[in-house]
Design a binder for this molecule. Structure first.
Ligand code: PLP
Length: 297
């Protein structure tokens, strides 16, 4: 349930001195706020970010704003005004209680369609929501059962066909949600996507990290996945803890052969994978707890 919402009047990236607070309006999250012609609602045409807030502190705001800008660039949308979005995050953080886990979402739609398909829109519509995060304690401690699902693209698709937007965080998540439902139909908790040529990608809303001995690896982001802020943060911590890390094209079989594996994402943090396609994987409870302490801190 959304508890807070703010409508943003998007400022151009190069706007000089702007009264940023005047561009951020708190609204009633239960009242209508978007036009029925908005392309986010009609086509999923827009970009977003989800930021975790832990005991009043928003995590990784800079990397999330970087990725928001990158997603907007990939969709040929105007560059977001960084100072304005930073202020919007601060405003949302100030509104939520400074205890517990919260999710702040930043959303930018292409706007309201005013002409033919593909014609320029009214200009972007933008808003921010804040809601209490779900309780992920069980997934973080007991782990999750995962099935592999073919995503239907080969590992060169992102390079060959940039209009597939494989590295952007777009509002079109119907495919990701369908994969999550398919995983549950197959008796698992979650899916891991693979390429048609047999490589590991990511989960519908998380990145994958594998442990091989003392080394930690994650699928190469250029193979067509969203480069995660949590994976980057986890790698920083692992490196500081003396574990080498790396990016690789990982064959699908590497997951079942791993010494341990995790899905990592901003809100749920690190969830150990307890089985892949029905085969048990070891869960490293101590390392998972230490990693989550770091990611939460
Ligand atoms: N991959 C996908 C498709 C996602 O939607 C997400 C986050 O929601 C991630 C990976 C993990 O990204 P982050 O760690 O920045 O939350």
């Amino acid at each position: 349930m959304t508890r807070f919402a703010f409508l943003i009047d998007p400022a151009p990236a190069d706007a000089g001195a702007v009264d940023l607070d005047a561009t951020i309006a708190r609204i009633d999250p239960d009242q209508p706020a978007l036009s029925v012609g908005d392309m986010s609602a009609n086509r999923g045409d827009g970009v977003f970010e989800s930021i975790g807030v832990f005991d009043g502190r928003a995590k990784q705001v800079g990397p999330h704003l970087d990725r928001l800008a990158n997603s907007a660039r990939l969709l040929d949308m105007p560059e977001p005004n960084r100072a304005q979005w930073r202020r919007a995050v601060e405003t949302a953080v100030a509104a939520v209680p400074d205890e517990g886990e919260w999710t702040i979402k930043l959303l930018i739609s292409r706007g309201v369609q005013i002409g033919a398909v593909g014609a320029p829109s009214s200009g972007p519509t933008a808003w921010v929501t804040a809601s209490r995060s779900a309780d992920y304690t069980a997934q973080r401690t007991d782990g999750i059962r995962v099935v592999s699902l073919d995503r239907g693209y080969d590992s060169n698709a992102a390079q060959r066909s940039p209009w597939l937007l494989l590295g952007a965080k777009t509002l079109s998540y119907a495919v990701n949600m369908a994969a999550a439902r398919e995983a549950r139909r197959r008796g698992a908790d979650e899916a891991v996507f693979t390429t048609t040529d047999g490589y590991l990608l990511e989960a519908p809303t998380a990145n994958l990290i594998l442990r091989r001995g003392d080394q930690f690896v994650t699928p190469e982001p250029t193979a067509g996945l969203l480069h995660g802020t949590t994976q980057l943060e986890a790698f920083d911590w692992l490196e500081d803890s003396g574990y080498p890390t790396g990016y690789e094209h990982l064959p699908a079989a590497a997951l079942a052969d791993a010494d341990a594996a995790w899905f990592v994402s901003s809100i749920r943090l690190a969830a150990p994978i307890s089985s892949i396609d029905g085969r048990a994987l070891p869960v490293d409870h101590a390392l998972t707890a230490a990693l989550n302490d770091y990611l939460r801190s």
